[in-house]
Design a protein. Structure first.
Length: 162
């Protein structure tokens, strides 16, 4: 490449000395391959790489934003669910209290009915026992004399009526 440049610019090297002013032709000729390489690299490497990095960044930022959005939606749904759960628990507790009160009232009514029935049976049994006792006393009073004679005869071994 240097040889080809020397063919185009022989005056730069002819004096044998060094020139402080750059030669414009030589500078342009050296920049052409650099610029051509930059154009090719830009089209083949830099633009696709920048596009890929931007897409990746969009996907990452988009995924983060979507995750934040989904988290917020989940929190809202969780709060709604917890509210509904609290209402359901309160309703269940109220229903349970009503059922307990109803069962207690039914139990008390059943116990009261059983007490009344037991008291009626007890009164009937006491009355029956008293009636039987009165009957037994009357029979005993009627049979006292004959029983006394029979016991006396059995103990004495002879008839006690004489």
């Amino acid at each position: 490449m240097t040889l080809s440049l020397l063919l185009f610019v022989p005056d730069a090297f002819a004096g044998g000395g060094m020139s402080l002013v750059p030669d414009l032709t030589l500078t342009v000729l050296q920049m052409l391959p650099f610029l051509a390489t930059m154009v090719v690299l830009n089209a083949l490497v830099f633009k696709p790489m920048v596009a890929y990095l931007e897409d990746r960044d969009k996907a990452t930022v988009g995924a983060k934003a979507e995750a934040v959005d989904l988290t917020q939606q989940a929190e809202v749904k969780l709060a709604t669910y917890e509210g509904q759960l609290a209402l359901a628990k309160a309703e269940i507790q109220a229903t349970r209290a009503k059922l307990r009160a109803t069962a207690k009232d039914e139990r008390e009514a059943s116990l009261a009915a059983a007490r009344v029935d037991c008291e009626a049976r007890l009164s009937a049994a006491v009355a029956e026992i008293q009636a039987e006792g009165d009957v037994a006393r009357r029979e005993l009073a009627q049979n006292t004399a004959s029983l006394a004679d029979a016991i006396t005869s059995a103990v004495l071994g002879r008839d006690a009526t004489a």
